[in-house]
Structure formats: structure tokens, C-alpha cells
Design a protein. Structure first.
Length: 360
């Protein structure tokens, strides 16, 4: 990078104002003009780096992957403009990737917490005794970056349908334990039954949330509980149902959750629930699909789907946008990405920590 830094001119979002953005030699947004700076951009739309608020760096279709594959996953997200990743649980220690200046920032939730045989084998810390949940939540809070991930429901083969994993009193103690050390708690939930205890326990976010009802949505809105609906992952529900013929009640339930998912998201947004974009990349969803999730949120009625994957998500995750002194993490588009969904698929420029990203 030239020692004097860079100058970008264009429409800076979310303000929507024509402006100049100055990036200094240290890769940070400068409050002052930089004499001699290289003019890097003229006339595009300049957006704070995109956020994938639910992904799994270190997971592939067959489970955990080697660190070099996890690196490729992060590069794929980066090249799509996703420069901040909230990793919602992985058994792979990706901390070596966090120190890489050429990779997105990764906010790790350490490992999922589940009950034996009540989640995907090999991914979670499994608790035989649910009373241990507060203790293990505290351990995972220390192992991660301020987030803990619970498995709130999963198929119970004994009943043939989705069912909660945790007693309500244990959930409350676990959430309190996380909050006591400054961590936030989120939970994987597909159905409805587990949501009452989780939301009532005061957790901070629901992942998927396909079983939300009007009363639960109202409770989330009142509490400020966030939702990351992962709509492109919800689109896999019919296939899951097709492979669950031994459990017809569960299969029918998954199809119904898929049928109503976008309507549910629309209701949540309308009620004032903070809704953010997450792809659930890793496992069955490939990385680099944040544009698809933005489009899905927009189709579900989110009035600020781009913000849900950029400035609003950054604020929620307590990370800066493009204010002076912040790292120059940004994406430039040739047309307005708020109204042109195709624009988000084709970044004209990706800049990470003030360095121009050359696509892998």
C-alpha cells in the first residue's frame, strides 16, 4: 500500500451521502484528508464490510475439517465481501486464523453444547447431566470470544419429533452464568416448544427460529432478543424431511416449518425484533453465500436486508463501521446494493484492514 494511503469517493452507506473516505497507511479510516493519497475509487457505493452472523469455520459436509480447509472457507467468505464472521460453534480450534491479517475477523463461540445423541455426532460438548450446563457454559464462554452456543432442540427419536434439550431452570442458571462473565448466549432452535424456556431464560439470540409464534415474537421484541434466521439453510428442510421417513411426524413438522419460515421472519421484523443475516455456512451450506441470505431476507420483508448483513450487524456485534479510527474493512459496488440484489454478488472492490483483497 502506498505510504500516503487511499482515497475513495462515492456514496457511503448507511448515510447514503456522497462523500470521501480516507484510508491511512496503517489501514484505518482517517478523519482528515491525506495529501498524496492514491485515488482508488470514484463513484461507487461504499459499504462497511459484510457480516455473516452465523457460520461455521472449520466444518464441512462430513464434519470437522483440517485447518487449511478452514482457511479456504474464510478466504471464500472474504472474497464475497464478508469481513466479519460470527462462528456459531466448531470443534476445530481456528484461533490461528484469527491472527491472520489477510483473513476476516472471526468471533468464535467455541463448541456447541448439547445432550448425548441429541445433535450431530462429534460437533458438540455432550452433557449426560443437564445440571452441568451452567458450569460448561462458563467454560465455553472462556474458550470463545464472548458467545456461547446451545443446542436448544433437536429430534428426540423416542418421541419422533423435535423436542427441547434443557429444563427451564437450568437454562436460566446457564444464561446467568454466561452473563456474569460478560458473554452472550445463543441457541439453535427449529421448533416451538424449546423457545419458551430459552427466551424466558434471557438468552441473547435465537438461531433459525422457524417455530416462533406471535407471542414469542412479541416477547423477543420486548426483551431485545435477536434473531438470525439462516433462511438459505432453512431451504434444506424439505430434503431433511425426505430423508426422515422413519419419523413421519418430524418430517411433516420440518416441511411445515419451511413453508412458514419467511412469513415468520417478516412478522419478527415488523414486531421490532433485531434480525441479522447468517448463512449457516459449514456443513451442508457452502461458504461465500452471504449475498443469497441478504436476498432471502429482503424477499421475506426485511426493510434493511443489507444493513442486517453490514452496519446493523456490526453494531450488534460491537464492531465498528467506517468511522474514523476504525479498520478500513469495506466493500465497493458499482450499483446501489440496497436496491440491486445482483450488485451484492459482484463486489468491485474488497478492502480488509486497509489492504486491497485480491480474489483467491
Amino acid at each position: 500500500m502506498a505510504s500516503a494511503g487511499y482515497l475513495l469517493r462515492g456514496v457511503v452507506l448507511p448515510s447514503g451521502q456522497e462523500s470521501e473516505l480516507h484510508v491511512d497507511a496503517a489501514g484505518r479510516v482517517s478523519a482528515e484528508p491525506l495529501p498524496g493519497a492514491e485515488v482508488l475509487e470514484e463513484g461507487g457505493w461504499i459499504v462497511p464490510g459484510l457480516v455473516d452472523a452465523h457460520c461455521h469455520v472449520g466444518l464441512g459436509p462430513s464434519g470437522p475439517v483440517e485447518l487449511d480447509e478452514a482457511e479456504r472457507q474464510a478466504i471464500t467468505d472474504r472474497d464475497a465481501g464478508a469481513l466479519l464472521l460470527r462462528d456459531c460453534g466448531s470443534p476445530v480450534d481456528t484461533r490461528p486464523l484469527q491472527v491472520r491479517e489477510d483473513l476476516p475477523e472471526i468471533i468464535r463461540a467455541a463448541r456447541h453444547i448439547a445432550r448425548p445423541k441429541r445433535y450431530i455426532s462429534g460437533l458438540a460438548v455432550d452433557l449426560d447431566d443437564p445440571a452441568l450446563l451452567p458450569e460448561v457454559v462458563a467454560e465455553q464462554a472462556a474458550a470463545g470470544d464472548g458467545w456461547v452456543k446451545l443446542v436448544g432442540d433437536w429430534i428426540d427419536r423416542g418421541v419422533g419429533d423435535l423436542a427441547p434439550l434443557w429444563p427451564d431452570d437450568v437454562l436460566k442458571a446457564a444464561v446467568d452464568a454466561a452473563h456474569a462473565v460478560g458473554a452472550r448466549v445463543t441457541a439453535h432452535v427449529f421448533g416451538t416448544d424449546a423457545l419458551y424456556g430459552l427466551i424466558g431464560a434471557g438468552l441473547d439470540c435465537i438461531e433459525h427460529g422457524t417455530g416462533l409464534t406471535d407471542d414469542l415474537i412479541a416477547d423477543m421484541a420486548a426483551r431485545g432478543t435477536a434473531l438470525v434466521p439462516t433462511l438459505i439453510n432453512v431451504d434444506t428442510f424439505p430434503g431433511i424431511a425426505d430423508n426422515a421417513s422413519r419419523y413421519p411426524t418430524y418430517a411433516a413438522h420440518m416441511r411445515e416449518l419451511h413453508r412458514t419460515a419467511r412469513e415468520t421472519v417478516g412478522k419478527a421484523v415488523e414486531a421490532g425484533v433485531p434480525v441479522f443475516a447468517g448463512t449457516d455456512a459449514g456443513g451442508g451450506i457452502r461458504h461465500g453465500r452471504i449475498a443469497d441470505e441478504i436476498a432471502a431476507l429482503a424477499a421475506a420483508g426485511h426493510p434493511d436486508a443489507l444493513g442486517a448483513a453490514s452496519w446493523a450487524a456490526r453494531e450488534w456485534l460491537q464492531r465498528p463501521g467506517l468511522e474514523p479510527g476504525a479498520p478500513a474493512d469495506l466493500v465497493v459496488y458499482r450499483t446501489d446494493p440496497r436496491t440491486d440484489s445482483e450488485a451484492v454478488r459482484h463486489p468491485a472492490l474488497v478492502m480488509l484492514r486497509g489492504r486491497i483483497v485480491e480474489a483467491a
